[in-house]
Design a protein around this ligand. Structure first.
Ligand code: HEM
Length: 128
């Protein structure tokens, strides 16, 4: 399956989870999980969707290895951030235990932006 479709499917999965959490917060009048809700939707749904669009519209033949690494890294980081923030803001696990976990995926997430840039550069070089 092409990477644009894979990103789209994952984006819709995150949308379902994030929206369900939003609906739960609205129905229960308990907004404690708003940070988890916002990050599931913005990192999981919006960013995956944007990456999918970039693949569909601009990346004709990206390096398969780099693109696959970026895909796995982004989804792993998005899941870790989502679960970590859910546990933190739900009061299930204390901040001291989650801090090392939550700072790691942020770094990997940034890393995906760099690999995105290099993938784009690679396909530009091929065009030239
Ligand atoms: C069924 C749809 C949705 C429901 C029921 C819902 C519900 C909620 C609720 C109850 C809050 C907490 C508000 C507060 O306490 O200030 C919230 C915050 C938030 N939601 Fe949603 N939401 C939905 C869709 C979305 C979508 C599609 C996005 C983005 C793609 C989104 C992004 C955010 C953000 C960024 C916040 C934090 C806002 C702030 O800090 O004031 N939500 N949402």
């Amino acid at each position: 399956m092409n990477l644009d479709k894979r990103y789209l499917i994952w984006a819709l999965g995150f949308a379902a989870v994030g929206l369900a959490l939003g609906i739960y917060m609205a129905a229960s009048h308990n907004h404690a999980e708003l940070v988890a809700h916002a990050h599931i939707l913005l990192i999981g749904f919006v960013l995956s969707f944007v990456y999918g669009i970039i693949h569909r519209l601009w990346l004709e033949k990206p390096s398969r290895a780099v693109a696959n690494i970026q895909f796995v890294l982004h989804q792993a980081a998005a899941i870790t951030v989502s679960v970590g923030l859910f546990l933190l803001y739900g009061g299930f696990v204390p901040e001291s235990k989650l801090d090392p976990v939550l700072t790691c995926p942020v770094v990997s997430s940034e890393g995906t932006l760099f690999s995105r840039a290099s993938t784009k550069e690679l396909s530009r070089e091929k065009e030239a």
